[in-house]
Design a protein around this ligand. Structure first.
Ligand code: RFL
Ligand code: PHB
Length: 389
């Protein structure tokens, strides 16, 4: 088989890139290791920057997002029994949109199918060959048979555990990583959200987050030990711990019910440089990971897709390689800023083991400064709604 762009990974990065290329007459095949249902069953991001919303519009898949997404003009930060508001709209003129990653992915799969674009599910043994030449190709197996795709470019959109990043030789690749000494235990419940905005909470028992998907679907997280398993946490234990980490008036209005999903995610900051090797381009979690505090993962994947899609269109339509040549440099400039924000916001809200009394005072001063200083709130809001592409 031959295509213009072979996309490894049918998560949001790969699907969005595929759809944007398709709309501009560039052919792409998406190879996905799992089934469509499996990909859609992963509960992940919930907050979209307007940059991603614009890309969904550009890809022609924003109809349901505009009908069903919730526009949030600000967020709440809970601390020391109280809560303060950061008004994104007033500080930056821009809101964010609450719409699940699952829905983004579903919309993209539906559009891909409607367009007759090819997605090959349940592929194994994907190998990228000759990425440092002008004639790369990808091989894989499916149902025991071997296949080959010849292409002009390969987009590595296969997430943190994929093969694309590993294809770049260690002599070229430089990795930067920070792991955090805790995880997030998240649950999804068919209950009305406790507040009409997200609540990010710093408490002496650790971090908590109240988020949502719709008027009767809530997403809550609490910081947990890395050694915890979901089986250690009954629903009752989760709700009771969440209540203890929220201001009393919020805890009192929390509506609980049995969870419909429960998972634990470790927290990690990670960047690989460069994001391009020859004709292979890394996009999204394949190249970088942020801790979820601040909701930057999916949104940073989207900004990579924006640079890459524009670069490929420039290459095919104008015979100009400037966009793809500068892809890694442009993407990384924005990636590192998202890394900084997610790392800083994680530090602001979590309880780290072995925090000294001085460390705690610094954390408290940092939150008080955010609460009391408009310039700091504006900087926060600019990062949260998304830095310009
Ligand atoms: P994905 O979503 O991991 O998709 C990669 C796809 O590649 C497939 N794959 C392969 N396919 C073929 N061959 C191989 N060898 C393959 N290896 C892997 C996988 O099956 C998968 O389908 O990466 P992508 O597309 O770059 O998307 C990144 C986002 O998923 C991620 O950044 C966000 O979910 C992070 N994140 C959040 N981001 C936000 O912007 N806002 C949020 O509110 C937010 N909340 C979160 C999050 C991530 C979380 N977890 C669980 C890590 C909350 C959580 C709890
Ligand atoms: C979510 O709704 O899953 C969510 C929201 C905000 C975050 C992380 C996750 O910072």
């Amino acid at each position: 088989m031959r295509t213009q762009v072979a996309i490894i990974g049918g998560g949001p990065s790969g699907l969005l890139l595929g759809q944007l290329l398709h709309r501009h007459g560039i052919e792409a095949v998406v190879l996905e290791r799992k089934t469509r249902d499996y990909v859609l069953g992963r509960i992940r991001a919930g907050v979209l920057e307007t940059g991603l919303v614009r890309l969904m519009e550009e890809a022609g898949v924003a109809g349901r997002l505009h009908r069903e997404g919730y526009v949030h003009d600000g967020t709440q930060v809970a601390w020391e029994g109280g809560m303060f508001h950061i008004d994104f709209k007033e500080l930056t003129g821009t809101p964010v949109v609450v719409y699940g990653q699952t829905e983004v992915t579903r919309d993209l799969y539906d559009a891909r199918e409607a367009a007759g674009a090819q997605t090959i599910f349940e592929v194994d043994d994907v190998v990228i060959h000759d990425a440092d030449t002008d004639h790369p190709h990808v091989t894989y197996t499916r149902a025991g048979l071997s296949h080959r795709i010849d292409c002009d470019f390969v987009a590595g959109c296969d997430g943190f555990h994929g093969v694309s990043r590993q294809t770049i030789p260690l002599s070229v690749r430089r990795e930067y990583e920070k792991t955090y000494p805790f995880g997030w235990l998240g649950i999804l419940s068919e209950t009305p959200p406790v507040h009409d905005e997200l609540i990010y909470a710093n408490s002496d028992r650790g971090f908590a987050l109240c988020s949502m998907r719709n008027a009767n679907l809530s997403r809550y997280y609490i910081q947990c030990a890395l050694s915890d398993h979901t089986s250690d946490w009954t629903d009752t234990a989760f709700w009771s711990e969440l209540r203890r980490r929220l201001p009393e008036n919020v805890a009192d209005s929390l509506v609980t019910s049995p969870s419909i999903e429960k998972s634990i995610a470790p927290l990690r900051s990670f960047v690989t440089e460069p994001m391009r090797w020859g004709r292979l381009f890394l996009c999204g979690d394949a190249a970088h990971i942020v801790p979820p505090t601040g909701a930057k993962g999916l949104n940073t994947a989207a900004s990579d897709v924006q640079y890459l899609w524009k670069g490929l269109v420039q290459y095919y339509q104008d015979n100009d390689s400037e966009g793809i040549d500068r892809y890694s440099e442009k993407a990384l400039l924005r990636v590192w800023k998202a890394e900084r924000f997610s790392w800083w916001f994680s530090g602001l809200l979590h309880r780290y083991p072995h925090m000294s009394p001085f460390d705690l005072k610094m954390q408290q001063a940092d939150i008080a400064f955010l609460r009391d200083n408009e310039a700091q709130q504006r900087a926060f809001a600019e990062n949260y709604v998304g830095l310009p592409y």
